[in-house]
Design a protein around this ligand. Structure first.
Ligand SMILES: O=C(O)[C@H]1CC[C@H](C(=O)N2CC[C@](c3ccc(C(F)(C(F)(F)F)C(F)(F)F)cc3)(S(=O)(=O)c3ccc(F)cc3)C2)CC1
Length: 268
C-alpha cells in the first residue's frame, strides 16, 4: 500500500507512472525551470562572481551600530522585494493559478519564507559562511543589531547544508515548486488538486535526478520540518521586535510583509 501521502519526504514512494505522460512531464519540467529562472532577483552567475567580495571591518562596524529598528526595516524591505519575485514564481507554475484564490494565499503564506530560504542558499558562500547583502557578501555578525542572531545562524546553517549539496538551478527550481505546492498545508480547501500537482512534480523531479545521476541528493535534502522550524523562529522574532517597537511594524513595514507574517490584531 502507498505510504501515507503527507509524509512528504522526497523519498520516492511508488507512484503509478500513469500520473503523468512523457510529454506532460517534459512540459512540466520546462515550466518549473523557466518559472524559476525568470523570477529570481539575481542571476546565479552574478551572485557567483561577487562571492569573495566581503564587507570591510569599518563597513561591518557601521552595520553593527545601526539601531535595531532601522536594521529590521531595511531587511524587511529586502525580504519583501525578494518575496515579490517568489509570488511571481508561484503565478507562473502551471496549475497554481487554477487553484482557488484561498488556496493560492494559503500556499504562499505558508511557503513564501521557505522559498526565500531556498533562494537565499543561492546567495550563500559556504566556504567562508557569507551571504549576499546589499552588494557584497556579509558574515553573520553584520546582522547582530537585528537582535535575533539565533534566527540568522539557523538561516546560515540551512544555507550551508544546501550549499554543500551544490544544487543546480534546476534542482532548486523543483525543490521550490514542491515546497510551495505542499498538499499538507493546513486550511487547504482543495487538497486533492494540490496533491495531484505535487505528485506530478515528484515524478518530473525524479526523472531529472535520474537523467543527471543526482538521485543521491534526495536523502540529503533538509526535511520540511527544518524549513518550517526556521520560519516559526522568524515569526517569533518578528513578535519580539513588535513588542520592543510597537507601531514600527504597522507604520514602516511593507503591506505584503504584513499580509504574510503579521496576523491582524484581534479586536476582541
Ligand atoms: O531571488 C534571488 O536571487 C535571491 C532572493 C533572496 C535573497 C536573500 O538572500 N535575501 C533577501 C532578503 C534577505 C533577508 C533574509 C531574512 C530576513 C529576516 F528574516 C531577518 F531580517 F530577520 F533576518 C526578516 F524577514 F525577518 F526580516 C530579512 C531579509 S537579506 O539579504 O536582507 C538578509 C538579511 C539577513 C541575513 F542574515 C541574510 C540576508 C535574504 C538573495 C537573492
Amino acid at each position: 500500500a502507498m505510504e501515507p501521502y503527507c509524509n512528504l519526504s522526497f523519498s520516492s514512494c511508488l507512484l503509478p507512472e500513469s500520473v503523468i505522460s512523457a510529454t506532460e512531464l517534459e512540459l512540466l519540467t520546462q515550466n518549473v525551470v523557466l518559472a524559476h529562472q525568470e523570477t529570481c532577483q539575481f542571476r546565479q552567475e552574478n551572485l557567483h562572481v561577487l562571492r569573495w567580495e566581503t564587507f570591510s571591518t569599518p563597513e561591518m562596524q557601521s552595520f553593527h551600530h545601526k539601531p535595531m529598528d532601522q536594521m529590521w526595516e531595511r531587511c524587511v524591505c529586502h525580504v519583501t522585494d525578494a518575496i515579490q519575485y517568489i509570488v511571481e514564481f508561484a503565478k507562473r507554475l502551471s496549475g497554481f493559478m487554477d487553484l482557488n484564490p484561498n488556496d493560492q494565499i494559503v500556499l504562499l503564506k505558508a511557503g513564501a519564507m521557505e522559498l526565500l530560504l531556498l533562494r537565499m542558499s543561492r546567495a550563500f558562500n559556504c566556504y567562508n559562511s557569507t551571504v549576499y547583502f546589499e552588494g557584497k557578501y556579509a558574515q553573520l555578525e553584520l546582522f547582530h543589531s537585528l537582535g535575533c542572531i539565533d534566527l540568522i545562524s539557523a538561516m546560515f546553517d540551512f544555507c550551508h547544508i544546501l550549499g554543500v549539496l551544490n544544487l543546480s538551478e534546476h534542482e532548486i527550481a523543483f525543490y521550490s515548486a514542491m515546497t510551495l505546492l505542499d498538499p499538507c498545508r493546513p486550511w487547504l480547501q482543495d487538497k486533492q488538486k494540490v496533491e495531484t500537482l505535487h505528485r506530478k512534480l515528484q515524478v518530473a523531479f525524479r526523472h531529472l535526478l535520474r537523467r543527471t545521476h543526482r538521485e543521491g541528493i534526495i536523502s540529503k535534502l533538509p526535511h520540511k520540518e527544518r524549513l518550517s522550524a526556521i520560519c516559526q523562529l522568524h515569526l517569533e522574532k518578528l513578535n519580539v521586535f513588535q513588542q520592543m517597537y510597537p507601531g514600527i511594524a504597522w507604520e514602516r513595514f511593507p503591506p505584503l510583509y504584513k499580509e504574510l507574517f503579521i496576523s491582524e490584531p484581534d479586536n476582541s
